[in-house]
Write a protein that binds this ligand. Structure first.
Ligand code: GLU
Length: 291
């Protein structure tokens, strides 16, 4: 059994990703499981050279030491393709040659209205591969956010598991790895809350037990945007690790006693773990963060 932190190497960690790292670490350790790190490097166009190593060095500097070896998704492509072949043989997937523009024209809300489901297009060539949807009730109870219900159009969309450009989609890679790494609880930001019904569909077709879900509040800036690499959130400064860790812990409802705030990051994390209370993590999807 394990928990994990799964950054994409599109840049160094920023405060938003530090929250996910700290939250997933504390929850894994409080459940007495391993905490694994997985680098989600399956989208080369979005990858920044050297970012994976920088992320790992940042985690170490912040006292976040992982168990077992780091898994790189780029080394798992054969496995993902094997799963796609299996889903093909069970007729659970189909090829789709629709453009984004066409989908938008057919369905204003941007969800795919399953246009190619009955066309039986060839898998060769420039096509995406979509997974046929299951039932329409992937309601789940999140351990932080409580009961989560989504728009029906999300459940009924046959979503992409391999993109038109041949890249494996996040949804497939994340679930394949979570299953094979024995991840029994997933901790991440609320920006991925609406990916969860899709991932539940994948657990279903892969006959695996779904993990417990913990979606942490997102740090947003005064413009209402989440702190992200796309929004140019600054990299966390390892020279200020203790201070930033205390901010992240406070954000997660786990304040550090004043006299301990100058301690080394490892000591701060040990203290935070000894005091950890899941019910103190705010059950909000977003929280304004002013540094
Ligand atoms: N790689 C994803 C990200 O950096 C996180 C995936 C997950 O935690 O499920 O946003």
């Amino acid at each position: 059994m394990a928990g994990r932190f799964a950054p994409s190497p599109s840049g160094p960690l920023h405060f938003g990703s530090l929250i996910a790292a700290v939250g997933s670490y504390l929850i894994a350790k409080s459940r007495n499981t391993q905490w694994l790190v997985r680098i989600e490097d399956i989208d080369p166009p979005r990858e920044v050279q050297g970012a994976s190593d920088i992320i790992l060095r940042q985690l170490e500097a912040f006292g976040l030491h992982w168990d077992s070896s780091v898994l790189y998704q780029s080394q798992r492509l054969d496995r993902y393709n094997e799963i796609i072949e299996e889903l093909k043989s069970r007729d659970l997937v189909y090829a789709c040659n629709c453009t984004r523009k066409k989908i938008k024209a057919r369905n204003g809300n941007g969800y795919y209205p399953n246009i190619c489901a009955a066309k039986n297009l060839s898998f060769n060539g420039d096509v995406a591969i979509r997974l046929r949807h299951g039932h329409d009730d992937y309601h789940f109870v999140d351990k932080i956010q409580g009961s989560c219900q989504f728009d029906d159009s999300l459940y009924n969309e046959d979503f992409t598991i391999r993109r038109k450009d041949g890249l494996i989609a996040y949804q497939l890679a994340v679930v394949a790895d979570d299953i094979e790494q024995g991840i029994d609880h997933v901790v991440r930001g609320c920006d991925l809350l609406d990916s969860t019904p899709r991932q539940l569909r994948l657990y279903e077709v892969l006959s695996a037990k779904a993990p417990d879900w913990y979606h942490l509040p997102l740090a947003i800036n005064p413009d209402g945007n989440k702190l992200s690499k796309q929004n140019h959130a600054p990299a966390i400064d390892s020279q200020q690790a203790s201070k930033l860790l205390c901010h992240a812990l406070e954000f997660l409802g786990q304040p550090v006693a004043l006299e301990l705030r100058q301690e080394l990051p490892v000591a701060i994390m040990d203290y935070a773990l000894s005091q950890f209370r899941l019910d103190q993590i705010p059950a909000s999807q977003q929280i304004l963060y002013l540094d």
